[in-house]
Write a protein that binds this ligand. Structure first.
Ligand SMILES: [Zn+2]
Length: 346
């Protein structure tokens, strides 16, 4: 696709680079400039500068720099047209006429966001309104004590045993190809595709900006694996992902609590503890800690007291020290996860 220069200029004039970058991580004011730790190289003192007058960014450590489009291209790992498209949406500049001309609908990143959004609505509707979602509904409300309000806020859904997402999306003009790319469909054999998630409670995985980048799921029976996530896609990288950060970021002040899974997090939220994120799996990664470092200097790890949880906590503590962040650990009594602990002990 081709965007005329004046459209690019209009988008650029409407966007504020400080606002765009602040969507990803907090910036600190330093005189007439803004500063933060560089997201593109490893450093201990901030050398990443944003200049609101010139509407540019520059890192004195690794030398990267540019305008608001170059920032988005690097940060989101997208092409220039995709960055233009993304910012056009955010600033309300209508660029649809440039797509229709060339027959393209939109860039791959926007398409993935769009198809994830639509899928989430489908899953939500199953959980809230359909007979086939009744067992899952009861499980969440009665066995887990998650309120209707929290279910809606986190947009929890249900994928029925018999499937249905694929045909739902195909009827709306989406091809198998993009559904495979989004990790929503699986190719069984030549020409045969099925839903990736079947008979599972669905947790949309939001990025810090609130867009759905993938899905997590939990089985209703007790077979293994209990939890399955979306595969890595253009918009989802599990090792750099923290569940719940989009909701938690406004509550993270002095410290952040890190738990293992969706339901641990939801139980804490249910009790009014909102500065909490989930690492999705026991292995907390360096990238996840670096992401949190932008919001706070203190992390509290609350993991299961079993062997896997203990090992994970030790690894986590090492990483906290290496990353120069204050860290604490709460190991729950053997056999109790944060979720059952808070419900039993309060
Ligand atoms: Zn840098």
């Amino acid at each position: 696709m081709f965007f005329p220069q004046e459209i690019i200029k209009e988008i650029q004039e409407r966007a504020d680079i400080v606002e765009v970058i602040s969507n990803y991580f907090p910036l600190k004011k330093a005189g007439s400039l803004f500063k933060t730790l560089c997201p593109f190289h490893q450093e201990k003192t901030p050398s990443f500068i944003v200049n609101p007058q010139k509407q540019i960014f520059h890192c004195f450590g690794c030398g990267v720099g540019g305008n608001v489009f170059s920032f988005l291209m690097r940060q989101e790992n997208i092409s220039f047209p995709e960055a233009v498209e993304m910012l056009a949406r955010q600033t309300g500049v209508n660029i649809s006429r440039y797509f229709s001309k060339s027959g393209e609908r939109s860039g791959v990143v926007s398409r993935l966001y769009e198809v994830n959004e639509l899928s989430s609505l489908y899953y939500q509707n199953n959980l809230l309104n359909k007979e086939k979602g009744r067992e899952a509904r009861r499980y969440l409300l009665e066995r887990r004590g998650i309120s209707q309000e929290v279910i809606s806020r986190f947009r929890i859904g249900y994928a029925p045993a018999q499937g249905g997402l694929l045909s739902y999306l195909q009827k709306r003009g989406w091809t198998e190809e993009i559904l495979i790319q989004a990790g929503l469909a699986v190719k069984r054999e030549e020409g045969i595709y099925t839903d990736k998630f079947l008979q599972k409670i669905i947790f949309p995985l939001f990025n810090p900006q609130g867009k759905i980048v993938g899905f997590g799921s939990r089985r209703l029976d007790n077979q293994v694996p209990k939890y399955v996530n979306s595969p890595q896609t253009v918009v989802f990288n599990k090792s750099r992902y923290l569940y719940g950060l989009n909701f938690a970021k406004q509550f993270i002040k002095e410290s952040v609590i890190i738990v293992e899974g969706y339901l641990d997090l939801l139980s804490l939220v249910q009790y009014g503890i909102c500065n909490v994120v989930a690492s999705l799996g026991t292995a907390l990664t360096r990238e996840q800690i670096r992401l949190l470092k932008r919001y706070t200097q203190r992390c509290l790890l609350i993991y299961d007291g079993d062997k896997a949880g203990q090992d994970a906590c030790l690894r986590g503590l090492d990483l906290f020290i290496e990353e120069g962040i204050e860290g604490g650990v709460v190991l729950l009594p053997e056999g109790l996860d944060p979720d059952s602990c808070i419900r039993e002990e309060g």
